[in-house]
Design a protein around this ligand. Sequence first.
Ligand SMILES: [Fe+2]
Ligand SMILES: [Fe+2]
Length: 347
Amino acid sequence: MINKIPLILIVDDNQMNLKVLGTILMEENYEIILAGNGKEAVHEAKTNHPDIILMDVMMPEMNGLEATKILKKDDETKNIPVIFITAIGEESTEEEGFRIGAADYINKPVRGPIVRARVKAHLELHNQKKYLEQKVLERTEELKKKNEELEETRFEIIKRLGKAAEFKDNETGNHILRMSRISAIMAKGLGLTKAECDLILQASPMHDIGKIGIPDNILLKKGRLDTDEWAIMQSHVYVGAEILKGNNSKLLNTAVEIVLTHHERWDGNGYPKGIKGEQIPLFGRICAVADVFDALTSKRPYKEAWPVAKAVSQIRNEKGKHFQPELVDVFIENLPEIIEISNHFSD
Ligand SMILES: [Fe+2]
Ligand SMILES: [Fe+2]
């Protein structure tokens, strides 16, 4: 618990009363500070952060009720328990005191055992409250840290899963890093939220995970695929969905959506379903642009890497055909950042 000697602020305009209360409390192991009116009390409370305040009501300059109102409004002092010292017959003041946040009241004339017992009880209560608040804060911090670690591990596993597919595919290692980042840049350019940009960044690395299930003689073939081989190649989207589906995680479900739609085309000539326009989920439409651009600018078993300018003009040519026109615009608008990513994660 908290081990320091409790600090008590006694507030009264009457020197005699201050002395009486001080003497009563000096019998315990307390440190005591004094204030002569409400204004001084507020000042002392803000400067010295007492553990408890004993507050007279009727005082010149600023009375006890006004001072307490100020203390209760201030984050620095609002949790300090205030005990009013009231005269018999001041019931309405006592009620008002509780209403504005007083912890308790003690009647004048004060008696030693009562004052000591009340102060002790409220100090313990206050300490326990502080202790619990501290514990909650610590636990929240711990949980936050654990959660961050978990998030990081999850993202790492996803990236590695994507990489596993790339090894088999013979695509160079950084394709998924570039493609996922380009997708996120486009999502940001479209004005999507930070959470949505993070989601596409984390889900898109899995877009070709299904290539794990495609035989090498098709996946790595240098020449053109025949009709049957092409059909098997296209099945990577279903294999991928099969690997990732059936979990209620938002991330995996988004990944399934991207896996199933990254080869659809805006004009409806894509696969597997041939859906068109906004029937294709937005993330699928974004990933299509990012994936094609990176494929064009990368070396593949069947082709050399294209220069950026040639790839960009190809993306432009596909505006309204393979790609949604607005997305091509966003792609062009963000080209400097996209090229930077391309170069940074080059093979
Ligand atoms: Fe694919
Ligand atoms: Fe890809």
